[in-house]
Design a protein around this ligand. Structure first.
Ligand code: F6R
Length: 592
């Protein structure tokens, strides 16, 4: 959600660097973009556009420049217009700012600045930032970083800002709540919302924590606490992601590449330190109340984990969507354990839930994909799923990796860690066999048969129920078909009224004790004219179409969701939609 990227250093093509970097942040979701660079003669050059950056030529930004900032905007305050796109400028055109998040008290600041003669060119909250910095710089002797720090102290809200000054090569950035990472090269610095922006140049990073600011000036870098001004020492961290991991390679879309990555990612997720897993298992066993908490797809993963803990570990846990979690504060105790699950590690609702947990003194375990992310750093304990960068908006390999880690933990609680590991490694091998060109073509053929429908329903029972909900998310978000998931047994209590002749209904099945029940639910659907597509290890006569999946025992939900990911992808492509960048969505949801 909103991409920020800036460069300062000895290179002379800062404009090209930031445009390329912005293209690497496209997956975050945006509706307009812009760039500002300081040219050799000290003038500021900028351009802003509505729409996608993909077709823009890098060469158009090749003016000699060593300082530039860029931004992809996901509109919050003010419509999607060129005027509202970032960067925003001070009245004297000295200061340019890009911003992620929301300045909640912007109206009050704007009125104050207007009273002092400032005029505004946009409807955004962001524009108050450069104007306020300009105002603060009027006090004689004030440096840029002092003015930025003083401005930040006036802001209410969650934000990340990056500020450049036309009169120097200085970059200043600050954050509370929205991510910012510094890429450190040879006397050069990159400041971005996410690592893929600068992965081509450096894998050495320093993380900015909440309430901190960073100033890059004359080849030196300085971190400070915004409130106190106190300097902070930082640890240089080497990221083990490569450009290849973050690239779509031979595939047309990241989504398909990431679906195919699942040939290896389950194995990578299972590759956990036994001691750590046993420690987590013990914490779950001994806590007084355990709540799983996440958003969207990660939330459906938590619902599946609810079944894993119940069936495999005989341990009761609750699930709360992160946006609803604060309501649980009455039940939280210092002995409670909150398990948060997140691909990006930056989801604002999850961070807010963690804050509520902290206030109650509860412990937080995070299961994340992104090392060094805000959630990973704010948790008491973190397990990484090691899926590598996930760039398509629709979560695929991260979701199955998260399920693998949670299933492993459930086995560890049951005292069967090795059984769990073996089960998951077998599932990984089965997924590797499954993801072959013939299988994908078969699912594409099914997609062709149903792509013209505007409604479809998915049913599942037991741990396939959360996967039915997840299937609906996958289909909705990339193909824009209205899809809904149900617990199979709930159909007859209402939703079955929606079924007409030919309505596609997908049944997710295992080879388990629920087979008889779900077959009766399929019969009920068929009797009302439904067109049945079954994802099942075993074929039954009543299926109109069958997607075969391996019999994977407790790993069945992991295996079953993969053909649905391919189906959702195929539906999107057949309907002419871009599966990597669905409308209205962002990869990393950093606003509440
Ligand atoms: C859907 C999807 C979203 C995310 C949700 C949480 O495919 O990706 O529903 O699962 O926004 O994001 P993370 O996992 O980054 O916290």
């Amino acid at each position: 959600m909103c991409g920020i990227f800036g460069y300062t250093g000895p290179r002379k093509n800062a404009g090209v660097i930031v445009i390329k970097g912005l293209k690497n942040l496209e997956y975050r979701g945006y509706d307009s973009w812009g760039v500002a660079m300081r040219l050799k003669d000290g003038t500021l050059s900028s351009s802003k556009e509505v729409g996608k950056i993909g077709a823009v030529r890098n060469e158009d930004f090749s003016d000699e420049s060593s300082l530039a900032i860029a931004h992809s905007r996901w509109a919050t305050h003010g419509g999607v217009t060129k005027e509202n796109a970032h960067p925003h400028f001070s009245g004297d055109q000295r200061i340019a700012v890009v911003h992620n998040g929301i300045i909640e008290n912007f109206e009050e600041l704007r009125r104050e600045l207007e009273a002092k003669g400032h005029t505004f060119a946009s409807e955004t909250d962001t524009e108050v930032i450069p104007h306020l910095i300009e105002e603060l710089l009027k006090t004689k002797g004030t440096t840029l970083h002092e003015a930025v720090r003083a401005a930040c102290k006036r802001f209410v809200g969650r934000y990340a800002i990056l500020v450049m000054d036309r009169t120097s090569e200085t970059l200043v950035a600050a954050r509370t709540g929205s991510p910012l990472i510094v890429g450190v090269g040879e006397k050069e610095f990159f400041i971005a919302s996410d690592i893929p922006a600068f992965l081509e140049y450096t894998r050495t990073v320093e993380y900015l924590d909440d309430g901190e600011m960073v100033t890059v000036e004359n080849g030196a870098i300085r971190f400070q606490n915004i409130e106190t001004g106190e300097e902070r020492a930082k640890r240089l961290v080497t990221i083990d992601w490569t450009i290849k991991d973050a690239d779509k390679g031979e595939y047309e879309h990241y989504m398909m590449k990431e679906i195919m990555d699942q040939k290896q990612t389950i194995q990578r997720a299972v590759h956990q330190d036994d001691e750590q897993i046993l420690k987590v298992a013990k914490a779950i066993e001994t806590c007084l109340g355990c709540i799983l908490c996440a958003c969207g797809t990660a939330g459906k993963v938590c619902m599946a984990a609810d079944y894993f803990f119940s069936v495999v570990a005989k341990r009761h846990v609750n699930f709360a969507p992160a946006s609803e979690f604060p309501i649980y504060h009455h039940f939280l105790k210092p002995e409670s354990l909150i398990i948060v699950v997140s691909q990006s590690g930056e989801t604002a609702d999850v961070l807010e839930a963690m804050k509520v947990a902290r206030q109650a003194g509860s412990k937080v375990l995070a299961i994340v994909n992104t090392e060094g992310s805000s959630i990973a750093r704010a948790a008491d304990f973190t397990l990484l799923i090691n899926a590598g960068p996930e760039r398509a908006v629709a979560s695929t390999k991260a979701a199955t990796g998260q399920m693998a880690v949670l299933l492993l933990i459930a086995h560890a609680i049951a005292g069967k860690l090795n059984v769990g590991r073996t089960l998951l490694l077998e599932a990984s091998g089965q997924i590797n066999d499954m993801l072959n060109p013939r299988y994908i073509e078969h699912i594409r053929g099914i997609a062709q048969k149903i792509a013209h429908h505007e409604n479809m329903y998915i049913i599942g029972k037991g741990w396939n129920y959360p996967m039915a909900l997840e299937s609906a998310i996958k289909i909705q978000e990339v193909s824009y078909i209205h899809a809904e998931g149900f617990a199979a047994g709930e159909l007859k209590h209402g939703p079955i009224a929606l079924i007409e002749e030919g309505t596609p209904c997908i049944a997710l099945m295992g080879n388990d004790e629920f087979t008889a029940d779900i077959l009766s639910n399929i019969m009920e659907l068929k009797a009302r004219g439904a067109y049945i597509i079954a994802v099942s290890p075993v074929r039954h006569d009543m299926f109109d179409l069958w997607i075969k999946v391996p019999d994977a025992g407790a790993a069945q939900p992991i295996v079953n969701i993969i053909p649905i990911q391919i189906l959702a992808y195929s539906l999107a492509v057949l309907r002419g939609k871009d599966p990597d960048m669905p409308r209205n969505l962002a990869k990393s949801v950093t606003v509440k």
